[in-house]
Write a protein that binds this ligand. Structure first.
Ligand SMILES: *[C@@H]1O[C@H](CO)[C@@H](O)[C@H](O)[C@H]1NC(C)=O
Ligand SMILES: *[C@@H]1O[C@H](CO)[C@@H](O)[C@H](O)[C@H]1NC(C)=O
Ligand SMILES: *[C@@H]1O[C@H](CO)[C@@H](O)[C@H](O)[C@H]1NC(C)=O
Ligand SMILES: *[C@@H]1O[C@H](CO)[C@@H](O)[C@H](O)[C@H]1NC(C)=O
Ligand SMILES: *[C@@H]1O[C@H](CO)[C@@H](O)[C@H](O)[C@H]1NC(C)=O
Ligand SMILES: *[C@@H]1O[C@H](CO)[C@@H](O)[C@H](O)[C@H]1NC(C)=O
Ligand SMILES: *[C@@H]1O[C@H](CO)[C@@H](O)[C@H](O)[C@H]1NC(C)=O
Ligand SMILES: *[C@@H]1O[C@H](CO)[C@@H](O)[C@H](O)[C@H]1NC(C)=O
Length: 906
């Protein structure tokens, strides 16, 4: 159920890994079979492998992973996944997920521990007598801690979650417990228990299947069960001497996965080999219970289940109607009792009565449960239920005089014949019904009941509606008042702020949780309500950047703003967030988008930026609105403006800021020739950095410098590389790297994401064979620059400037970061105030590899193309492997981590 998110390989990374840096690739590498202390993993550290840090020996069919099912951002588990079938076979911390993608999972000599961002250990292995020497994932998927003499100290096979993998064993007393849902591994309601007599499926204590009574099982002999085992020939209950007591023979298979699903079904899937992606064709699979109607909630609470061919159909008993949660509820408006209403109302405070379920209807659990009382009559059975607060109903078998109580929870109903009890009558305890206590009387006066109830219900609904209207209008008034108050607060703040207010201490009370955050130079703080007002409840979405959606809004003073909702980043504490905001908010430069304010409330983080009405450069450059290409003069202005903005980030602030995601989507334009860099300083919001173990990096493919893949430090020259790519795109007017798949990180503030996969995708697909940076290099070598300019400009360019931009762009791409000019030099060279550098061809050779690689698998010719071919072949696969190095990346988050802490045998 915890199938890994679909993994798509980014063609650039393996290409670089295999060809450029070879054995030097260390970051995020998946270890094989063993890792040794001290080792640290987190989702963020292994983001390019989706958290996978260890693969099993003997083919790597299993992987150990810091796993976030369904891509959620606040629940990470240490899990073992069977890769070909995408089945999560084991979870360590199911009840204590790690809440942050950056929070570390540590392997030390004391064992494994998982921490919360604030350092609290949320899960750990027990204490051991001898120190841990290694963590091993063996070929059967068992994750074990070994001591120095290879003895097992602890293993995942001893602590199953909801899955058994052959040849795993479950000792008597052991159990599998289902998960709450496919994305939340918290223990759910279903269990498979191995008892001394049998293997049993229960729903919160009530039995619905026994292995011994399954039609496919056979009993070899009687005896006390010592364990349950699953292997290549079937499922077995074994005695202490390993002789078979009960067996469920299954067709031969190499691998079997026994899983208790979130719906309570026990499913055994068989595979012909450990790395087979689909179940073995010789095996139809095994599902228990074998009829859908035997599941406790086959038709929801009080739904009646009837077998219908292979499937089942659901109806409601005569006096019941279907309820919104999929089950049935009394049609007369009364409420079936629940344990909560029993305890909460202080026992019999509310009068209870019973509604008949009709004849021949039994409870799913009647098949296995023992009567709570025998030799009784119907009224004493009812009395037994009435005297028991947790009793929610009863079934009485008139032929055997047996009384069955339904306690704690109510499941589905079945045909009494299927439970081999023909004369069953059932009654459900309800509250505030007008029906008399007599169980049989209720059906005849059904219509009078409605006649009595209807006016009451109407009156009640009226009261509720009127009440709601009053509350809503009162709220509105309050909000208006609040807005007025906040406006006056705004004014006050401005008044208190001296012109050079950057270090003024502003105190903002947080109405929500009462914590005051005092940070020098914090920009205006808005409440979420104010943001809702200014964006008209987030009505106009103008883009979706790497951090979340962007909405258009308006400040009370009438100026337009872009509001960025930060989503899916490791949530920092408010203080850390505000510290970053204070830094970003204090950066003022004509070529940098200004932060006007922010909002931090609970888990919400929003940033309010000045609005740039022409949107991002990619739109104007690649997809001009009226088909009118951006003029050369404007391109030069954009190049120079953006270069100045970046130069200021690198050298003009107290704290050097590396953008990490320079691309046309993050260069915004507005009327009057304004050019501004957006999204700076946000890379820091990605991680608390508190552990100091790693540096965060992010970027967008096509603009990622080679050093993202090596252990080389990320510096301002990393931005220079990306900017070089942007310069070449400005020259050519199209993307260097064709985006045949639109990626989520595409748009940014002011960008219209809806149009982002239109023209670029199709037009550049045909041009895949000419990788423009390589064309630029070749043009430079031939001394022919004019031909490189955007053909749409039809020669209306300044030839000298084209040459200048191409040369500067190529210098920015030098493979060795130290050979790239600084951003200040780039700005100077573009302006013509600094002497132009000559590109070093020998430091640009890698562009030829990229160029050839981008020709696609069909064109891949021999030589080094082999590696490229292999890399490219995997580009559409789910999750491919080349040699022992797996390099994958996720669409929209092609971040790459680098850290010397990433260990494992190399
Ligand atoms: C750490 O954070 C968690 C929630 O993320 C909280 O429940 C816990 O109390 C915190 N512990 C400390 C010591 O602050
Ligand atoms: C432990 O097992 C590994 C292989 O599984 C082997 O290489 C290593 O030498 C063993 N160590 C000891 C102390 O036996
Ligand atoms: C399961 O039963 C227990 C009592 O045995 C009760 O407290 C709990 O709420 C029940 N859970 C559900 C999901 O009904
Ligand atoms: C599976 O276990 C049973 C009982 O121990 C045994 O009889 C059978 O031979 C085993 N099958 C395989 C393939 O190991
Ligand atoms: C599966 O594993 C077997 C060895 O266990 C190997 O021979 C085979 O090539 C593998 N198949 C695939 C598709 O990897
Ligand atoms: C019922 O299941 C069997 C095999 O399990 C299949 O052959 C048959 O087509 C199914 N019938 C329907 C109506 O789905
Ligand atoms: C049912 O049984 C109880 C005692 O078990 C007895 O007092 C009562 O009269 C019986 N009711 C009927 C209707 O037989
Ligand atoms: C149960 O079976 C009996 C005969 O075996 C049949 O008369 C009766 O209609 C069945 N009841 C239901 C509800 O199908």
């Amino acid at each position: 159920m915890c199938s890994p998110p679909s993994m798509r390989r980014h063609p650039l990374l393996p290409l670089l890994a295999a060809v450029l840096v070879g054995a030097a690739v260390r970051a995020g590498k998946i270890a094989t079979e063993v890792v040794v202390p001290d080792f640290v993993a987190s989702y963020l550290l292994f983001i390019d492998t989706y958290g996978v840090f260890l693969q099993s020996g003997g083919g790597g069919a299993f992987q150990a992973v810091v796993y976030n099912p369904a891509g959620q951002q606040d629940r990470y588990y240490l899990a073992v996944v069977h890769v070909p079938s995408k089945t999560c076979v084991w979870v360590a911390n199911r009840d204590a997920p790690i809440t942050d993608r950056a929070a570390p999972l540590r392997l030390t000599a004391r064992g494994i521990s998982a921490e919360d961002p604030n350092g609290t250990v949320v899960w750990s292995t027990p204490a051991f007598a001898s120190p841990v020497a290694a963590l091993r994932l063996d070929e059967s998927g068992n994750l074990a801690l070994l001591d120095g003499r290879n003895r097992t100290l602890w293993q995942s096979f001893d602590r199953p979650t909801d899955v058994l993998v052959s040849p795993q064993r479950l000792p008597v007393g052991g159990f599998l417990a289902s998960a709450v849902s496919d994305s939340d591994y918290t223990v759910g309601g279903y269990r498979l228990d191995v008892t001394a007599a049998d293997a049993a499926l229960t729903w919160n204590g009530s039995l619905y299947w026994l292995l011994s009574t399954d039609v496919k099982s056979t009993r070899d002999r009687d005896g006390a069960v010592a364990s349950m085992a699953v292997n290549g020939t079937g499922l077995y209950l074994l005695a202490a001497d390993d002789t078979v007591l009960i067996q469920l023979p299954l067709p031969d298979a190499k691998l079997r996965i026994v899983k208790l699903g979130v719906d309570g079904k026990l499913v055994i899937t068989s595979y012909a080999s450990a790395n087979a992606t689909s179940p073995s064709p010789t095996d139809a699979g095994f599902v228990a219970p074998n009829s859908g109607c035997d599941l406790p909630l086959s038709c929801g609470a009080l739904g009646f289940c009837a077998p219908n061919g292979n499937a089942s159909s659901c109806t409601c008993p005569p006096l019941f109607a279907s309820s919104h949660d999929g089950g049935c509820t009394p049609a007369d408006g009364s409420k079936a009792m629940s344990v909560a209403s029993c305890g909460g109302a202080g026992g019999d405070a509310a009068p209870t009565s019973y509604i008949s379920l009709g004849d021949g209807v039994a409870y799913y659990a009647n098949r296995f449960s023992r009567p709570d009382m025998v030799g009784s009559n119907g009224s004493s059975c009812q009395a037994l239920c009435s005297g028991n607060c947790s009793c929610l109903g009863y079934f009485y078998d008139e032929s055997s005089l047996s009384c069955f109580l339904v306690q704690h929870q109510i499941g589905s109903l079945v045909n009494a014949n299927s439970t081999r009890r023909g004369d069953m009558v059932g009654f459900i305890k309800v509250q505030s019904s007008q029906s008399p206590g007599s169980p049989s009387g209720s059906s005849s006066n059904n219509s009078t009941l409605i006649a009595i109830l209807l006016p009451t219900i109407v009156a009640f609904v009226l009261v509720v509606v009127v009440g709601a209207v009053i509350v809503v209008s009162w709220r509105k008034q309050e909000r208006r008042a609040g807005r007025r108050a906040s406006r006056s607060r705004d004014v006050q703040l401005r008044r208190h702020r001296s012109p050079a207010s950057d270090s003024a201490h502003l105190v903002y009370g947080n109405d929500d949780d009462g914590d005051d955050i005092v940070i020098p130079g914090l920009p205006t703080r808005f409440t979420h309500e104010e943001i809702e007002d200014m964006t008209n409840s987030f009505r106009i979405k103008i883009g979706a950047g790497g951090f979340g959606a962007v909405y258009k809004g308006e400040l009370p003073d009438g100026s337009a703003v872009a509001v960025k909702k930060i989503e899916g980043v490791g949530m920092q504490g408010k203080r850390e967030f505000c510290t970053e905001i204070a830094v970003i908010g204090n950066i003022r430069h004509v070529n940098l988008v200004r932060l006007r304010g922010f909002c931090v409330e609970g888990q919400r983080r929003l940033l309010v930026y000045e609005y740039m009405n022409r949107g991002s450069l990619d739109r104007t450059l690649f997809r001009p609105a009226a088909g009118q290409p951006l003029e050369w003069k404007e391109r030069m202005e954009v190049a120079i403006g953006a270069a100045r903005g970046l130069a200021y980030l690198h050298f003009g602030c107290d704290q050097r800021i590396i953008h990490c995601d320079v691309k046309p989507e993050n260069i915004l334009l507005a009327d009057g020739g304004q050019v501004k860099i957006a999204d700076f300083g946000l890379a820091k919001l990605l991680t608390p950095e508190q552990s100091g173990l790693f540096t965060t990096m992010r970027g967008t493919r096509g603009y990622l410098a080679p050093e993202w893949l090596t252990n080389t430090a990320i510096t301002d020259r990393t931005d220079v590389y990306s900017f070089g790519m942007v310069l070449l795109e400005l020259v050519r007017g199209r993307k260097n790297r064709s985006e045949h798949v639109s990626d989520g990180a595409g748009a940014a503030t002011g960008d219209d994401s809806n149009s982002s996969n239109g023209t670029t995708g199709s037009s550049s697909r045909g041009a895949r064979s000419d990788y423009f940076p390589l064309m630029a290099l070749e043009g430079h070598e031939a001394g022919q620059y004019a031909a490189l300019a955007d053909p749409r400009l039809e020669g209306k360019v300044v030839a000298g400037e084209v040459e200048r931009v191409v040369k500067v762009g190529l210098c920015c791409l030098h493979e060795d970061p130290q050979l790239r000019p600084s951003m200040a030099m780039v700005a100077g060279m573009l302006e013509g105030t600094m002497e132009l550098w000559e590109p070093r061809v020998q430091s640009l050779g890698f562009l030829r590899l990229y160029g050839r690689g981008f020709a696609g698998p069909a064109d891949g010719s021999g030589g080094s193309g082999g590696g490229i071919k292999q890399a490219m072949a995997g580009s559409n696969g789910d999750h491919t492997r080349s040699g022992t190095t797996t390099v994958t990346t996720m669409s929209g988050w092609p971040s790459y981590m680098s850290s010397s802490q990433l260990s494992g045998p190399r």
